[in-house]
Each structure stands twice: as C-alpha cells, then as structure tokens.
Write a protein that binds this ligand. Structure first.
Ligand code: ADP
Ligand code: TRP
Length: 332
C-alpha cells in the first residue's frame, strides 16, 4: 500500500475551509493509504507559543480531527513531538542543507518581511524539518496546496542528496497528491477570497462555536444591491454565497435561489437563512462530538498513544538504517 504523510499546524479552531479543503481528503485517504497525519507542534515553536497555548492548540486540533472522523485504527494520527526520531533525523539532515537554498525559500523570505524581529534558525530550517516529516515514513504522496509545493521540491532535493552522498537508493521521491476532480476552495464571508482564520472577524465559520454566532456571521455576510435586471451575472459576493450553498444545501434548493436571482425575485435574507440552517445541520453533530472528545482525557490519551506507537514504529525502522548508512556504528 502506498504511504501518505501530512502535517497539520496547530493554530486554533477548524473552520469550514479546513474541513472541505483538508479534513475530507484525509477521511478518504485513511481508507485507501497507509496514512500518517500529524500535529506539527515542533514546527509551531518558531512562533514561541506559551506552554499553555501550545498544549491547548494541540488538544483542540487533536479533538477536532478525531471528532470529524479520523480513526486512530485506520491511520496514524500523532503528535510530532511524540516521535523523537524526527528531531534526530532533522539534526543529520541539517548538515546537508545549505544556507543559500534555505534563504531562497519563499516562505522564509516571506517571514523575513512579516516578522523582522523573530527571524530564528528554526524558520530558516523549516523546510528541513518538513522534509524529515515526510522522508522518515518514506512517503509516496503528500497532500499539499500550492503554497507548499516548493517545500515538497526541497524534500525531494534533500532526499536525493542523501541518496547520492551515500550511494544508496534509500529515500523515495514524494509527489504532491493530486485529488481527482476539482480542489475545493471555500470562500470566506467577508467577500475577500478564501475562508481563513486570519481573514478578519466574521470571515470564517468555525465548527466549535455556538449556533447563534454562526447565524449572525452568515446574516452579516457581504451581499450587493441585488440583481438589477433579469439574468444578470453574479457579483463576487453572491457567487461566494452560492458556492457555500453548493457545499451544504441540496441541489434543488440551490437551484431555487439561482432561479430567483435570475428573475430578480431573490431575497438575500431568505437565502442566508437557508444557508445558515443547512450549514448548522452539517456542523451541529460534529460540534457536539468535538465537545465530547475535548472533555474525554482518556480517549485523547488513548488516541495519541496509538498514533505515537504507529509513527515511532515506522520512524525507528528508518532511523536504524539511516544510522548505519551514515556510519554510526555501536561499540557495545
Ligand atoms: P487558514 O487559511 O485559516 O490559516 P490553514 O492555512 O491552517 O488555514 O489551512 C489548513 C488546511 O486547510 C490546508 O490544507 C488548507 O489548504 C486548507 N484550507 C484552509 N482554508 C481553506 C479554504 N478556504 N478552502 C479550502 N481549503 C482550505
Ligand atoms: N508546512 C505545512 C503547512 O504550513 C505543514 C507541514 C509540516 C506539513 N510538515 C509537513 C505538510 C509534512 C505536509 C507534510 O501547512
């Protein structure tokens, strides 16, 4: 069976964009691949979280992925810092990663601009750690968005360089996982591109928030002055609302509003009410489950433990060979 690896940055609550853009794909992959999904808590240290914030975000994300259907029996859902083999391989791989190539990474250049006061070495070597996450399980595929393609290219570069240096065929070349069909891009509610937690107040609908909060956000979503004549094209704001409807409403319901727009009888208030109720039908049971899981220390512990065991088994197998290839030989 082929192997996939994907890292999840623990940065707060999950929204509809994360669900349709990432989690749903994971749910599909855990059925068909040898899947490793991990919470990248070591990566997140570059932003210097407090111990409470770090643990709180890891817990939130772990609970949310479990509640959304990731199954510890079907995949390896683990926390990066539970696998010390990762930091070991990171040390070795850093010896063959060069300053020039690391400085050229788009994400590093971006950080130099946006956080001038915290340009730490961990940011510079972020691509090395990410490569290790992937190579340590000898992944065939990595489901990543466009913004991560350069990191994946660097991963292949580091793996190939290791292979050449020691004249082995050890690390396979991981490829971006391409989903059949269109990649989903979930629009935000403020009418400015994709839904994002950093998209400003009211942009994202989170799973772990109360019904009324969700309803209010949707009722305040940006619209326009309404269709001025029959069959006029949809403005960006309205197209976004229809895109959201297509994710959660029945097709016939969406069509009814498309027709109402075309003949100018549409009332945006009704459309938003419909959208809010259908969205809550999807969200409510998942939210209840998130809250149950978050309060269930025993279940969280069990899930994290199973995940760590699976990940360490694979990682330690790789590391035994890596140490030998490099030439670390035991005298005892
Ligand atoms: P955010 O943009 O809120 O910071 P992240 O960058 O943490 O979200 O995204 C985590 C995962 O969710 C990534 O795989 C990303 O591609 C996916 N994702 C985030 N927002 C969306 C969206 N609006 N539509 C589709 N996928 C999304
Ligand atoms: N860099 C990824 C992001 O910002 C997260 C990540 C870390 C990752 N390690 C990974 C993704 C390994 C895929 C594979 O979203």
């Amino acid at each position: 069976m082929q192997t996939v690896v994907s890292g999840i940055r623990p940065t707060g609550k999950l929204h509809l964009g994360n669900y349709f853009g990432a989690v749903k794909n994971f749910l599909m992959m855990q059925e068909n691949y040898n899947s490793y999904f991990f919470i990248a808590d070591i990566h997140s240290l570059t932003t210097h979280p407090t111990p409470e914030d770090l643990h709180g975000s890891v817990r939130q994300v772990l609970a949310e992925y479990l509640a959304m259907g990731l199954d510890p029996e079907k995949c390896a859902l683990f926390i990066q810092s539970d696998v010390p083999e990762i930091t070991e391989l990171y040390t070795y791989m850093n010896m063959n990663a060069y300053l020039g190539e690391l400085e050229r990474s788009a994400s590093f250049k971006d950080k130099i601009r946006t956080q001038k006061n915290n340009v730490n070495a961990g940011l510079l070597t972020y691509p090395v750690l990410m490569a290790v996450d992937i190579l340590i399980h000898k992944a065939d595929f990595v489901p990543v968005g466009k913004d991560q393609e350069q990191h994946l290219e660097m991963t292949r570069q580091f793996g190939n360089r290791f292979n050449r240096m020691y004249d082995v065929e050890f690390f396979p070349e991981p490829q971006a996982f391409s989903f059949t069909g269109e990649l989903v891009k979930v629009p935000g509610l403020t009418g400015q591109g994709k839904m994002s937690k950093s998209g400003g107040a009211g942009d994202a609908v989170f799973f772990d928030e109360d019904d009324d909060v969700t309803r209010k956000k949707i009722m305040r979503a940006k619209t326009d002055a309404g269709p001025q004549e029959p069959n006029s094209p949809h403005s960006e704001e309205i197209a976004n609302l229809f895109d959201l409807m297509r994710l959660v409403c029945e097709e016939s319901v969406v069509q009814q509003y498309v027709d109402a727009y075309a003949d100018c009888s549409i009332r945006y208030g009704d459309m938003k009410k419909q959208l809010a109720e259908d969205m809550l039908t999807l969200i409510a049971p998942i939210r209840e489950r998130i809250r149950e899981v978050k309060a269930d220390d025993a279940y969280l512990a069990k899930a994290a433990k199973i995940g760590a065991e699976k990940a360490r088994e694979s990682a330690s197998r790789t590391m035994r060979e890596v140490r030998e290839i490099i030439g670390f030989k035991k005298f005892y």
